[in-house]
Design a binder for this molecule. Structure first.
Ligand SMILES: Cc1ncc(COP(=O)(O)O)c(C=O)c1O
Length: 423
């Protein structure tokens, strides 16, 4: 099979093929990408997340020492001594697992402490915590919305939000476009019981920020509630890293502040901060909370320590922002199309799936770890290389990557010189 003629969209199981046959054909597709040395997914790290990473080369089995430009560990808290030590102490004290689901024996005192800490950090009355971020979003939405309700989603929200709204009446508005949202709100305002607008604070494939202040105003004007997914905003934006509501000075005005513990906080899990009674409702009706074992003790303890670090070591966020400004300035000067990126996530938009895979192959061979993002995850004309920055990247890391990108960008013809737009 020639993989250039196919994409993941051709292998979605709604085709006529039996699933075993479909899986076989999909494997042939992946095999062809592998033969072209373009298969980048599931590369194995021997060292964990950090600005540099030891990675097993999938083609010759040797260990490559690489610059890691692919992690969501924005503040490098996965290896912060306080977070690591707190996790180790928790395992010694409580053991390796919580032993049960939260409602039936699995709730530890450190889970309650974490709920209180994340609620306070987000300026909300209370919070529910989950063992993963995907289930947190999907389970919360499925619990809150029913027949006669409507979800109104930004067209680029995360997959977990789309999955949570399956089977529920859903409308999409144009990305970050408040007029498009208002049109929908006008149309639906008298026809549904609960109306919930859901957006991401920072978009995971674009790095742009939602105009949350305007969204909250317009939604409330039409009697709709707002939920924001703060996965990539928590720890990164807002003066104290409290996220998008802090960035726009609207803390306390967003009805549901969701997020993950897996990005800047450097562990795993999800949360939803809201009014006390909503949180209590979710304890009994959100299925991934009710029917799934509570977070491990290590997770909860490392997260409490990570929140302490975010509150007491602002220099980590300042370093990250120095890196963001530096990298952004140089990418724009070189003429890369980085969309509306305003945060630590940089889409290098190439607009050709095959070129994206070739550039990523060359970056891999030069020991730079990045990820290709292609159709159907994004439209073909917007296929891209996704780069994310960390606080611990040095100028040398950034310069090495920038130099390589410039030479590849020139060779593959993807640069359009323009005046730098400096933050
Ligand atoms: C915007 C957004 N929301 C939710 C999630 C799910 O979070 P987790 O990976 O913690 O399950 C992700 C994860 O990748 C994400 O990017």
């Amino acid at each position: 099979m020639d993989s250039r003629n196919y994409s993941l969209a051709d292998f979605i199981s709604s085709s006529n093929m039996d699933i075993m046959e479909l899986a076989k054909q999909f494997n042939e597709y992946l095999e062809d990408i592998h033969l072209r040395k373009q298969l980048q997914s599931r590369r194995v790290s021997l060292s964990g997340s950090g600005p540099e990473m030891d990675v097993i080369d999938p083609y010759d089995g040797h260990v490559r020492h690489m610059i890691n430009m692919a992690s969501n560990d924005y503040l490098n808290l996965t290896k912060h001594p306080k977070s690591v030590a707190a996790g180790i102490e928790a395992v010694k004290k409580y053991g390796s697992g919580a032993g049960s689901v939260p409602l039936l024996g699995g709730t530890l005192d450190i889970h309650i402490e974490l709920e209180k800490r994340i609620a306070r950090f987000k300026g909300c009355e209370d919070a529910i915590i989950y063992s993963n971020g995907f289930g947190s979003n999907a389970g919360t939405l499925a619990a809150l919305l029913k027949e006669n309700d409507i979800a109104i989603l930004d067209m680029l929200v995360h997959a977990s939000i789309n999955d949570g709204c399956k089977g529920i009446k859903t409308e999409y508005f144009r990305h970050n476009n408040v007029s498009s949202l208002e049109k929908i709100l006008k149309k639906v305002k008298d026809h549904y019981r609960t109306k919930l607008v859901v957006v991401d604070g920072v978009y995971s494939m674009d790095g742009d920020i939602s105009p949350l202040d305007e969204i909250v105003n317009i939604a409330h004007q039409y009697g709709a509630y707002v939920m924001v997914d703060e996965a990539h905003a928590t720890g990164v934006i807002g003066e104290h890293g409290r996220g998008t509501p802090e960035h726009f000075h609207i803390e306390g005005r967003v009805d549901l502040v969701a997020g993950t513990f897996s990005k800047a906080l450097g562990v795993v899990g999800g949360f939803v901060a809201a009014k006390k009674e909503v949180v209590r409702y979710l304890h009994y009706f959100s299925r991934p909370y009710m029917f799934s074992t509570a977070q491990t003790p290590q997770t909860a303890a490392s997260l409490i320590a990570a929140l302490d670090v975010i509150e007491t070591e602002p220099e980590l966020r300042q370093n990250l922002w120095d890196n963001i400004r530096y990298f952004r300035k140089h990418l724009l000067e070189m003429g890369f199309n980085i969309g509306n990126s305003q945060t630590a996530i940089f889409p290098i938009i190439v607009g050709d799936d095959y070129k994206v895979r070739e550039i990523c192959r060359e970056l891999h061979e030069n020991n730079v770890y990045v990820n290709p993002v292609q159709y159907p995850a994004v439209p073909r004309r917007l296929s891209r290389i996704r780069i994310s920055l960390m606080s611990a990247h040095t100028r040398q890391h950034l310069d090495t990557v920038l130099e390589l990108l410039e030479s590849l960008g020139t060779r593959y013809g993807i640069l359009t010189p323009k005046v730098a737009e400096i933050l």
